[in-house]
Unconditional design. Sequence first.
Length: 85
Amino acid sequence: MQNGTKRSMRVRRHGPAAGPLSGRSKRSERKSSGPARVQLTDPKRNYERYMALARAAASTGDEIAIENYYQHAEHYFRLMRAQAV
């Protein structure tokens, strides 16, 4: 083969296709404190948190972040109303 055209026999893979067990052991060892835990704690606290984040985003003028935080706040507002009924 000419110089520079020889390819390495090693194949590099990235992402989920890297192997049958790539990353699984690390994920299974971690303890999750993900969104489900936050959602079940207190909708009022989360509603107030997202409203505060929306106000902070409004002060910077980031319209996309504002809308995102308002949508999250609305979700928790609906949870509060559902609990009240």
